[in-house]
Design a binder for this molecule. Structure first.
Ligand code: ARG
Length: 720
């Protein structure tokens, strides 16, 4: 999902000094590094209801809970739920795979898919499952040759050199993938050693009427009734090592798999979530918030406003187009709604004012001591100056319009992904096979294209960009359109789609048989994309100096904040490394007189049913089972719990993460956040912020009673 920063905890820290009642760290906030649990969190966790030892959670010598946590495809989380490498994740994490395997005849999006034996599982090329072997604090080693007086460029070079050496050593000649990432804005560095499995197969998913029930209307909202889960399996070479797909591969022998507990959740029950949160900006400054509110978010929101209805109209009219654009649409709609909510939350919760207050407080603390003044005296002023300069360049706005358009229009994206062609043509003596890689890229990209829809997206994207970006920042293609087409973007688009190499898979295939550099350089779609791209690179280069100053100031700002509060436990921003958050099952009050319970039921699915709206269709079989109250061992009090809420601190990337009770058993799968706290990536709001989880009993009910996939039920360790 996104990025954040925190102020709320400071204020809470102050309260606690006054009342002596609240702890400095509210227990729910924080995405903690597993290697520090014992030192930072364990006592708290035990008090709240954890019964496992710290060693059972994270160990590098024995198998532990962390071995069941999977980085799913580098964008989501999954968990191992059987000794044979069976994974659970969200439906929306498996969505792209489901879409890729779907056709109008085999529509797994609409109907779901279940493998009733391993031989029916579907290989999904390109999908990976990554396991963490270990993590290590390498700050001292990475910063060994760094000093306070060196230039930022020398600092970066020293860091890269030290990191490369460490990565090489830890990689053991390709056995592991090693990453070293910056934490606390460059104040600390950690190394992560991973094993990457490349044979991951689709095992099952419910129909979208369950897995995506409520659609974009309910997305980012509670009360929720979505069965947002899907299943995959990791395969290995016969010797257990990671391997590309092969018939000879075998199911992964899991180091640890999570037992599943179907006793049900109660208010205040202990709950922890493990996974891969992608990005937060809890240390964002007031200046960052201003830029988010004025430039980044409006650009994403506008892009969605323009592009989504175009896709939707064509998708509604044609089943083939619906499948082609399903994943692209869902991804854009998801960030679009997220940013609407984020801007709303930032304003309502007065986050900008709170950040300003914190910056004033920090400045006063710095001024109070000459040594601090020498070290940090200019930090806040530097942040203000550089941020203001950056905003004047409108670079955030440029970035997000560019992103918004490229996220929708595959034809505009195509020239970027095939940029190497020119160099190949220039080499002249190239064999035809040399172009195969590009043909593959286009095939993959255009598989999900409908030419008429693409044409509309292309024209609308250019119109939007021309309308919203300042005239003096417009790439030269707009000057060309003005001169050659009297500024008529539609006419330009018509001609581009008549003549361009990138107009369709066929036109590309024809071109690649007889590639010609002149033709390629004059190609209208190629020219358009490269022109926008080059303008983007140009502004980025021009800003290098501002960004450097901003990064230096940010590092010092975070260092000063931590120094100001020596007893507070700080947690680093999310950066797609493994984290753990602990809290409890809890309801909330969303607004004056609006109180939300912490569980939803199948009854609510029936209440939301609307056969005229494809977001709220209820499958006939689900209704039948509901009417017969045939919930098997998964029901309680004459109904079936569908989703529940916890106080855990998660963000995008955590999608699919296991919700685990005090005994280390799986009780749900995290899949969303709530509308009232959408500014949560920037400031955690303990009273309002909740994680939305699908109850594991609803998941098992769907596998057992809806799909009758007894093969999978038998494989899992279910505790009644
Ligand atoms: N908001 C969820 C997330 O970003 C995704 C939910 C997908 N469901 C949907 N109806 N679009 O993790």
């Amino acid at each position: 999902m996104k990025k954040l920063f925190i102020i709320a905890f400071m204020l809470i820290g102050l309260c606690s000094l006054q009342t002596n009642a609240k702890p400095i760290n509210p227990p729910d906030e924080g995405m903690w590094l597993p290697m520090f649990i014992e030192r930072l969190n364990y006592v708290d966790m035990q008090k709240m209801g954890l019964h496992l030892t710290a060693e059972e959670l994270y160990s590098i010598n024995h198998s532990s809970l962390k071995d069941a946590i999977v980085n799913f495809g580098n964008f989501c989380t999954a968990e191992v739920v059987s000794n044979e490498g069976l994974l659970l994740t969200n439906h929306h994490c498996g969505y792209e795979s489901l879409q890729k395997h779907s056709t109008v005849g085999h529509d797994y999006l609409t109907n779901g898919f279940w493998a009733y034996s391993k031989s029916e599982e579907i290989p999904t090329e390109g999908l990976t499952a990554t396991f963490l072997v270990r993590m290590e604090d390498v700050t001292k080693k990475v910063l060994a040759d760094v000093n306070d007086t060196m230039s930022n460029a020398s600092r970066r070079a020293a860091i890269t050199k030290a990191s490369d050496k460490l990565k090489k050593e830890a990689g053991e000649k390709g056995k592991y993938e090693v990453q070293i990432k910056s934490f606390f804005d460059g104040n600390e560095y950690y190394m992560f050693v991973y094993e990457v499995y490349e044979d991951v197969r689709l095992v099952g998913a419910p129909p979208s009427a369950i897995g995506k029930f409520g659609g974009d209307t309910d997305n980012w909202m509670w009360p929720r009734h979505t069965g947002d889960f899907s299943m995959f399996r990791v395969y290995t070479a016969p010797d257990g090592k990671p391997a590309k797909f092969s018939e000879k591969n075998i199911a992964l022998k899991a180091k640890h798999s999570l037992p599943i507990n179907i006793k049900g959740v109660k208010k205040d029950d202990y709950a922890m979530i493990w996974g891969y949160p992608g990005s937060t900006e809890r240390y964002m400054t007031s200046y960052g918030i201003q830029s988010t509110l004025e430039q980044a978010n409006p650009a994403i929101i506008n892009s969605g406003n323009t592009m989504l209805p175009i896709m939707k109209k064509d998708m509604d009219a044609d089943a083939n187009i619906r499948i082609k654009y399903a994943s692209t649409y869902a991804q854009l709609a998801n960030v679009w709604k997220n940013k609407i909510g984020e801007s709303r939350g930032l304003k309502r919760l007065k986050v900008l004012d709170k950040k300003k207050e914190l910056e004033d407080q920090l400045q006063a603390w710095i001024n109070a001591d000459p040594a601090r003044k020498a070290k940090y005296g200019n930090v806040i002023q530097d942040l203000a100056t550089a941020s203001k300069q950056l905003m004047e360049t409108k670079s955030e706005m440029n970035l997000w319009y560019f992103q918004g358009i490229l996220m929708s229009s595959k034809v505009l994206l195509a020239p970027l992904q095939t940029m190497g062609i020119s160099a190949l043509i220039e080499k002249k003596d190239t064999k035809p096979e040399a172009y195969d890689a590009f043909t593959d890229i286009i095939k993959e990209l255009y598989k999900d294209c409908a030419p008429a829809t693409e044409k509309k997206l292309f024209a609308a994207g250019l119109e939007l960009y021309r309308k919203e970006m300042p005239a003096d920042m417009l790439p030269d293609i707009f000057e060309f359109i003005k001169k050659e087409y009297k500024g008529d973007i539609q006419k330009f688009t018509d001609e581009a789609f008549e003549s361009s190499v990138f107009a369709s898979e066929e036109s590309f295939a024809k071109f690649i048989k007889k590639p010609n550099l002149k033709k390629f350089q004059k190609d209208l779609i190629n020219k358009t994309t490269l022109s926008i791209y080059n303008a983007f690179i140009k502004t980025n280069t021009a800003q290098k100096d501002i960004n450097t100053r901003l990064n230096v100031a940010k590092r010092l700002f975070v260092a000063a904040l931590r120094e100001m509060q020596p007893t507070k436990k700080f947690y680093p921003n999310a950066n797609f490394t493994m984290r753990m958050t602990y809290g409890k099952v809890l309801d909330y009050t969303a607004a004056d007189a609006v109180h939300y319970d912490y569980v939803t039921h199948l009854k609510g699915v029936m209440e939301k049913e609307d056969p005229t709206n494809d977001e709220f269709i209820v499958p006939a079989k689900l209704k039948e089972l509901y009417n017969k109250k045939d919930f098997g061992r998964y029901g309680s009090n004459g109904d079936l719990v569908t989703c529940f809420l916890t106080t855990n601190d998660i963000t995008g990337g955590n999608s699919g993460s296991p919700v685990i009770n005090g005994d280390g058993h799986l009780i749900g799968i995290a899949f969303d956040g709530n509308w009232e706290a959408m500014s949560g990536d920037i400031a955690f709001e303990p009273e309002l912020q909740r994680t939305i989880c699908v109850d594991i009993r609803y998941v098992l009910f769907c596998i057992d009673k809806m799909a009758n996939a007894q093969n999978l039920i038998k494989e899992m360790n279910i505790i009644e």
